[in-house]
Design a binder for this molecule. Structure first.
Ligand SMILES: Nc1nc2c(c(=O)[nH]1)N[C@H]1C(S)=C(S)[C@@H](COP(=O)(O)O)O[C@H]1N2
Ligand SMILES: [Mo]
Length: 199
């Protein structure tokens, strides 16, 4: 599927989402896109597909940060199929009323508003449906600090800092962090799961 046909799968929507970084700051962003489910439906994965894996651009000539080994490149992220199909999961190609700037993940990224920011893979070049849980880049880098699920959760601290509060960019006083970043409608995806173990 080429980018021009993907962009025509559904009408673009503006979605104003809270974004909570794992490092304790947050921002509200007006994204443009449509539900990732629109693309997945057209790809027609079989019932063997349990997860979706996103591989992103690796181009050290253009992206000097990739010349070092801060992380294992390319940056890879993943979602469980039901998370990827959730209507809140956005396939994103714009923000602030304009097309997505390169640094925010042009031409295509995902935005998963109830998870920490690093789950929202930018500059996607390949999407695969897989049986096994994808290995995500930050989890490879520090498995005890960054899990696969990474749902925003004020009750599960990062090993090096509290996740109970956050600083909204531009504000001085910290605000309380909300479970699932306030997107309670996703809670049923995790019923019966120990979110302390599956951090
Ligand atoms: N391809 C790619 N996607 C990525 C990253 C990255 O390094 N490479 N960083 C992640 C992290 S840690 C965050 S906080 C968000 C930042 O998105 P923004 O640059 O639009 O603010 O992108 C995520 N997606
Ligand atoms: Mo981040």
């Amino acid at each position: 599927m080429d980018i021009d046909s993907i962009l025509k799968f559904a009408a673009p929507e503006e979605r104003i989402y809270r974004h909570r970084c794992v490092e304790g700051w947050s921002i509200v962003v007006p994204w443009i896109g449509f539900s990732l489910s629109e693309l997945i439906k057209r790809a027609q994965p079989t019932s063997k597909a349990k997860y979706v894996e996103f591989t992103t651009v690796y181009d050290p000539a253009q992206m000097p940060g990739q010349r070092g080994s801060v992380l294992q490149w390319p940056y890879v992220e993943g979602l469980r199929m039901d998370e990827a199909m959730h209507p809140l999961t956005l396939l994103c190609f714009g923000m602030y009323g304009e097309s997505l700037p390169n640094q925010d993940g042009a031409p295509l990224r995902i935005v998963v508003p109830w998870k920490y920011g690093f789950k929202s893979a930018k500059a996607i070049v390949r999407i695969r449906f897989v049986e096994k849980q994808p290995v995500n880049t930050w989890n490879v880098s520090a498995p005890n600090e960054y899990g696969f699920y990474s749902n925003v959760n004020p009750n599960v601290d990062h090993p090096r800092w509290s996740q109970k509060t956050e600083r909204r960019l531009g504000e001085f006083v910290k605000r309380p962090t909300l479970m699932f970043n306030g997107y309670d409608q996703v809670a049923s995806l995790y019923s019966g799961m120990d979110l302390r173990k599956n951090f």
